[in-house]
Design a protein around this ligand. Sequence first.
Ligand code: WQD
Length: 335
Amino acid sequence: MDVLVTGGLGYVGSHTCIALHQAGYRPVIYDNLSNASIVVLDQLAKICGKRFSFIQADVGDALALRQCFTDFSIEAVLHFAAYKAVGESTAQPLNYYQNNVCHSATLMSEMQNAGVRRLVFSSSATVYGVPQYLPIDENHSKAPTNPYGWSKLMVEQIMRDQCSANADWLAIALRYFNPVGAHPSGLLGENPSGIPNNLMPYVTQTATGHREKLYIYGNDYDTPDGTGVRDYVHVMDLAEGHVQAVDRLFSEQGFHAFNLGTGNGASVLDVLKEFELVTGVSVPYSITHRRPGDVAVSVASPALARQVLEWHAQRDLKTMLGDSWRWQSNYPEGI
Ligand code: WQD
């Protein structure tokens, strides 16, 4: 079965293509290469033993999407393509709403025209905003604190409304907590362009000497060691969660949303300590001021995904860090 994967050369998208292939699906990758390297397609071929179909186009290009639905027997869509930098979204809200929201509406319109009614959407824990209770479950209030989070919540609303208006649609939003790690082969991993926004690539790039030191954004939070606590989840666990969702696209109806996290929290200092234990590499760091918009703690309740999708994270922090390090050691400059 052909499944369209928008943003399929990106971090979570590319790892999901591996899991889809292993589950017997045929990923058709659709990516505009604005935040991904075409080399990822070669890496996927090395890992999976076959070269996936690839279309270089933008999700906002309705004609390109229409051609894709004509050329392939697409039966479901996994939609990863989006801008995803929280800080950047605050500086460039219109770009984020145009790219993340308007283009998602274009995609769903072309799906409707082509008779494709099954969608899995890459959402984010940022839809919840400042945690009102922990762990965060799917009933938690939705109050994003930045345009990126709002863009994800708006797309979820579009999906919800489309499913309400069309009984034959099924749409699933997967709300990731903190994706980290890399494929165990060491051939694929988090490959941000420029200075990483996220902790993990900054840690591994510092460990290779590519960065001088890690700046820890505040150690005065109300947490055990004062540094921010997050629910880090292995990207391959996330990938497998998407396959579980696709498997259920043909037995359910309507809109559903699920948290994808481990339910376990780790602080920045926990990550550094575990990283040194796993790799033998001590990462130099200094404490600096808090980053605007950061919350003290963000940890998922993954109970609903376990119950409905029969999914739970299987890889621990040690595995996440070891796999990240293997990837970064192989490709210190990324690919
Ligand atoms: C984690 C912790 C920082 C970098 C964001 C998005 C979320 C998702 C994941 C897209 C925090 C600290 C970080 C650094 C640091 N992205 N940190 N120094 O902010 O929890 O989540 O990325 O879907 O939607 O909101 O992740 O990795 O940036 O930060 O001290 O150089 O590491 O303060 O406590 P975050 P992060």
